[in-house]
Design a protein around this ligand. Structure first.
Ligand code: GLC
Ligand code: GLC
Length: 642
């Protein structure tokens, strides 16, 4: 069979028998052009997933009708955005890009009030705002909103869909791209599909993975990880009403969708286009590693997970091409890379950089960071990393054991050390963190804590030690400087720009106390804002320092679309990289990951190919004739030709 000929044949049949909503002639011609252009890819992917099912053509036809519907409902302003983005598809690579992730309630109270915070965001230089999931979800524990009961309804406490559209508009006017979650691996057990399944509706039971007894679940279970072992062992939950076992990778109230069923693909595409049409410019693909299950495997990162995401991406290219995907794959670095492609996820979190920044802070040694970045930093030039140091989740040590081994590091032991260090159990640790998801069978865990607390500020303030305070502030600025300069979209986690400390009050809240991630999901209080204005406070130094780095980034094109080269600095305490853009502008970055002075051979400056060099941060000139450069504890240098 020739797939292209079959694709052509199907497309012309679909167009001949179309049941699309009425469209103007012009709109129809745009839609048809995009459909024809993208159809071979979409068809190929769907055929791979569902071609063996007798009713494939039925689902294909109804999917195209869904795409037509989504396109015809797309507001005019967003269609203009589509055109604009098609002309400049790599908008996310600009030096002006700066992201922030926040919870609507913790940051502002609700969506209406968030509008009043736009000046705060623009003053900081934010151009990308990820609102943590704000959809209708179960009362009490909803996994921070990641259990969605209705994708088309906003959580009442935050506002309404109209408020969200209104905010999207206001953000657009302020030059801020809205980013929303696409929580497509699972729905909550209160979603209407799950309710119908519980009531015994077979059609909807096929939307999920449901089993009468343990026979099949037990077979799967052999190879599966446990994500939240502190909540429930295993990956399945017994549902009393349906009298069935349900696949629940995360919490028991989060039901994994069954993508081997084409009806699920089509239904979720409708929801996806609804979200796209609210005016977001990127969708964050939540837990995307888990969407395809294959017996005998760990059911993560399966080939067909990629096929599915590519198919979803084709749908966007047809109906809402201004929207890109951001991958949230917190998995082995080699697997993270596989999601990044112009036809799959154009953006991706960089969990390896995140984890290894913390690793290097703990060890004061940057070798694992350097080797790992040399291996895994380079991605397609049409895509971009989203670089972050903290987010709403725990930190998992997802480095490659083989790379570690080459440096004489035992991965397993090293993870244990890092957990000990960041939970403050290791003698001499500067960090205050909390262990998360401890697995009673193998002792594995991950780490929670706010950026500032993990970087030592909490402990330093408690012990009232000025030098420790100074060091923790310097650490905080250094790690921010890396995400701001290494290449990609820097993503701040709201509150970190002010150095907020752990908030332990979740331990008193029965809907939160079993999930320690709440320790770093902190309300932005007026007090925190005020404290950051107090010139004597550490928070003031942090907030001013971060702002200054942002300002420098946004002034120099080399921080935008440039190539990054990770450099072996010759000093294990110093992390180094160079950047170069097509205008031949260059940047050399040096970061001292230790609390002692460090020297480095001036030869490293040769890459800048110039005698007169300026450190953008200190504004000092560097004399390359000196044989070595000295960096103060935790100092960062952003070096350019002068
Ligand atoms: C993602 C989210 C996390 C959530 C999980 C399940 O990893 O970041 O917060 O618990 O998916 O939706
Ligand atoms: C695991 C998952 C990741 C999720 C996290 C939530 O690390 O791989 O997707 O965000 O758990 O804690």
């Amino acid at each position: 069979m020739n797939i292209l000929i079959e694709s052509q044949r199907s497309l012309s049949r679909i167009i001949k028998n179309e049941t699309w909503p009425p469209m103007s002639k012009a709109a129809r011609s745009v839609f048809e052009a995009r459909l024809s252009q993208e159809f071979p890819q979409l068809f190929t992917k769907l055929f791979e997933l569902y071609g063996h099912q007798y009713d494939f053509y039925y689902y294909l036809q109804s999917l195209v009708a869904t795409l037509a519907q989504g396109y015809s409902e797309r507001p005019r302003a967003l269609k203009r955005k589509d055109k604009q983005r098609l002309i400049e598809p790599h908008w996310y690579q600009s030096e002006d890009m700066l992201g922030m992730a926040c919870y609507v309630d913790l940051f502002a109270g609700n969506l209406k009030q968030l509008k009043n915070k736009i000046p705060y965001l623009t003053e900081l230089g934010i151009s990308y705002l990820h609102l943590m999931p704000l959809y209708d979800s179960p009362k009490g524990d909803s996994d921070g909103g990641y259990a969605v009961s209705d994708y088309r309804k906003v959580n009442e406490q935050l506002g309404s869909v109209d408020d969200l559209k209104d905010l999207a508009n206001a953000l657009e006017k302020a030059g801020i791209s809205l980013v929303l979650d696409f929580v497509f691996n699972h729905t909550s057990d209160e979603h209407r599909w799950a309710l119908a399944a519980q009531a015994g509706n077979i059609e909807y039971q096929e939307y999920f993975h449901m089993f009468d007894d343990r026979a099949i679940p037990d077979q799967y279970e052999h190879n599966l990880r446990e994500i939240f072992p502190q909540v429930r062992r295993g990956n399945f939950t017994w549902n009393e009403q349906a009298q069935k076992w349900v696949w629940t990778t995360f919490n028991s109230f989060q039901w994994d969708l069954n993508y081997s069923n084409p009806a699920v693909f089509n239904a979720i595409t409708e929801e996806m286009l609804f979200l796209a049409n609210l005016g977001c410019e990127a969708l964050r693909l939540d837990a995307l590693a888990f969407i395809w299950k294959e017996m005998g495997t760990n059911c993560e990162n399966q080939d067909k997970a990629h096929t599915l995401i590519q198919a979803f991406n084709s749908c966007l290219k047809i109906s809402a091409p201004a929207v890109v995907f951001k991958s949230e794959a917190i998995v082995h670095p080699d697997e993270v890379l596989k999601y990044i492609d112009k036809d799959e996820c154009q953006l991706s979190y960089n969990p390896l950089l995140m984890a290894l920044i913390w690793e290097s802070l703990a060890t004061r040694n940057t070798q694992l960071l350097t080797s790992s970045m040399r291996k895994s930093f380079a991605i397609s030039p049409s895509c971009a990393w989203v670089n972050y140091v903290r987010c709403h989740d725990d930190i998992g040590w997802t480095f490659d054991d083989k790379v570690a081994q080459e440096l004489g590091i035992n991965g397993q032991d090293h993870r244990q050390f890092l957990n000990q260090f960041y939970t403050g159990r290791f003698a001499g640790s500067f960090a205050n963190g909390v262990a998360f998801g401890e697995n009673p069978s193998n002792g594995d865990c991950r780490v929670c804590g706010s950026l500032a607390s993990l970087a030592g500020l909490e402990r330093a303030i408690q012990s009232n030690n000025p030098q420790h305070i100074e060091h923790s502030v310097a650490r905080i600025l250094m790690i921010h400087s890396i995400i701001l300069s290494i290449g990609g979209v820097p993503l701040l986690y709201s509150g970190d720009e002010l150095g907020v400390l752990n908030d332990y009050r979740y331990q008193q809240d029965s809907s939160k106390q079993h999930d320690d991630r709440w320790v770093h999901r902190i309300a932005l209080s007026d007090q925190a804002l005020k404290q950051a204005e107090h010139p004597q406070s550490a928070q003031f130094s942090i907030s001013q320092g971060v702002k200054r780095l942002i300002h420098l980034r946004q002034k120099h094109a080399v921080f935008g679309q440039s190539e990054t080269q990770i450099i072996d600095s010759g000093n294990t305490h110093i992390f180094a990289y160079g950047r170069k853009n097509i205008a031949a502008e260059q940047l050399l970055v040096l970061c001292n990951f230790s609390e002692s002075m460090q020297q480095i051979n001036s030869q490293i400056l040769a890459s800048l190919g110039h005698d007169s060099i300026k450190n953008l941060i200190s504004e000092q000139l560097i004399n390359s004739v000196n044989p070595s450069i000295t960096l103060r504890p935790y100092e960062v240098m952003w070096l350019v030709k002068h």
